[in-house]
Design a protein around this ligand. Structure first.
Ligand SMILES: [Zn+2]
Length: 208
């Protein structure tokens, strides 16, 4: 299939631009439920790097419109699944309260991730750590490493309302190392510190 749309070659294609195009295709049915998003094909079609494709796809995952299925890849979800009722989000999406909820939720996810993570999970976290704007992708990778799919689904819904927390490479690195070493207590402590409001808005160096 020839490239569609006004995409300049290679590096000029940005994650936001690719995300916008994929979201349009999801809305207008050109990517129907059950379609598979393949990194390699998207990268060819849009002349975008794999990193750009990965970032755009993780943004889509955060909206809940697509999800990653182990051994299968990234699939477009059925509309009723994307619209999974989550009353906390329907009730005005209060960012501060959602963030509080998220802090507790993700601290426990970090413990399970430390216990259950595979080398694939670590690779996904590492890719997110190294990607620009990889915050949401990193947190989703931790949630997926719990191997309890509810963590990923619910976190994706929460993040679609709160947005990312601003990249904090030092905190993410600490969480990653603890999960890698299967140290659940340290992973939880780092995650809690990272998401503790309002200090998560401050650079790591300013924390007490
Ligand atoms: Zn973060």
């Amino acid at each position: 299939m020839p490239p569609q749309g006004p995409f300049p070659p290679d590096r000029a294609t940005r994650p936001a631009q690719l995300y916008g195009e994929l979201a349009r295709r999801l809305r207008d049915g050109r990517l129907p439920p059950g379609s598979r998003l393949t990194e390699r094909l998207l990268s060819q079609e849009f002349g975008a790097s794999r990193t750009v494709v990965r970032e755009a796809v993780s943004k889509l995952q955060a909206t809940g419109l697509v999800r990653s299925v182990r051994g299968v890849g990234t699939l477009v979800v059925e509309p009723q699944e994307a619209g999974m009722p989550l009353p906390i989000l329907a009730a005005g999406a209060d960012r501060v309260r959602l963030h509080e909820l998220r802090a507790g939720f993700e601290s426990e996810a970090a413990v399970l991730a430390a216990r259950r993570r595979t080398t694939d999970d670590l690779a996904a976290m590492k890719a997110a750590l190294e990607a620009t704007g990889g915050d949401i992708a990193f947190h989703l990778a931790v949630a997926r490493a719990t191997h309890n799919p509810h963590y990923g689904h619910i976190l994706a819904r929460i993040l679609s309302a709160t947005g990312d927390d601003g990249h904090d490479p030092a905190a993410h690195e600490g969480i990653f190392r603890a999960i890698e070493q299967r140290d659940g207590d340290t992973a939880r402590a780092y995650m809690r510190m990272h998401l503790a409001a309002p200090s998560h808005h401050l650079p790591a160096a300013q924390r007490g």
